[in-house]
Design a protein around this ligand. Structure first.
Ligand code: MG
Ligand code: ZN
Length: 228
């Protein structure tokens, strides 16, 4: 197979000034709101974790596992971002965790303004630990700071062997990588250690934990990695 030549690749048009200005304005405004969220969360002593990853990678399973393991230690809340459904908030609610659903409609990510709106549904003084489940995709959520203390990414070996290489920004911006469904690695022909080293090449600081969240495997390591 011949490699793709440069003249066979279409790149985004950097001359579209209108688009760029709009994008920069949007991100700048988001950053201001994120700092405001962060200030409010710190004042209320709420530790906040923004969880990103594709649909089906195991974000909700991770929150359910952490909620079960930690609910006697912390008062936990959850904000679930989804385009239309409230399936994830309901799943976590079943564990006795106060869960707020944010439906983003057309948007494929959460932004700081949506989180600020979700705060009106919480008494922040009544929680110590807040999980935010971002909308399931590996691209734009990382561009929108929500005001969380920690950002983590969950990938599953079922997503194939290239998902780290194809989404470098996501791994650059996260403090922890969870490689889920590790029990299926052999069947899928995906080497979790290779994914881990690809992520470390992009971000030498990133911590990596291999899990099988359905069975609760790896939760203890995640709790340690997050100092929870
Ligand atoms: Mg989910
Ligand atoms: Zn998006």
């Amino acid at each position: 197979m011949a490699p793709i030549r440069e003249d066979e690749i279409v790149l985004p048009d950097e001359d579209l000034i209108l688009d760029i200005e709009l994008g920069e304005d949007l991100l700048k405004r988001n950053q201001e709101l994120a700092e405001e969220n962060r200030r409010r969360l710190r004042e209320a002593n709420v530790r906040t974790i923004d969880i990103m990853g594709s649909v089906g990678s195991g974000k909700t399973s991770l929150i359910e596992g952490l909620a079960e393991a930690l609910k006697d230690k912390y008062r936990i809340g959850m904000i679930a971002g989804d385009v239309t459904t409230s399936i994830d908030a309901e799943r976590v609610q079943r564990h006795g965790i106060k869960s707020i659903q944010v439906n983003t409609g057309k948007e494929c990510h959460l932004d700081a303004n949506l989180i600020r709106k979700a705060f009106t549904k919480f008494d922040l003084s009544q929680i110590d630990l807040l999980f935010i489940e971002n909308v399931g995709n590996l691209i734009c959520p990382i561009e929108f700071d929500l005001g969380a203390d920690t950002r983590i990414v969950v990938v599953s070996v079922t997503e194939g062997e290239y998902m780290v290489l194809k989404h470098p920004m996501m791994f650059k911006g996260c403090g922890l990588l969870v490689i889920n469904k590790a029990d299926l690695a052999e069947v899928m022909g995906v080497d979790p250690d290779k994914l881990a080293s690809q992520a470390r090449e992009i971000n030498p600081e990133i911590k990596v934990v291999k899990t099988c969240l359905r069975e609760g495997m790896g939760l203890t390591e995640i709790i340690e990695a997050l100092h929870l």
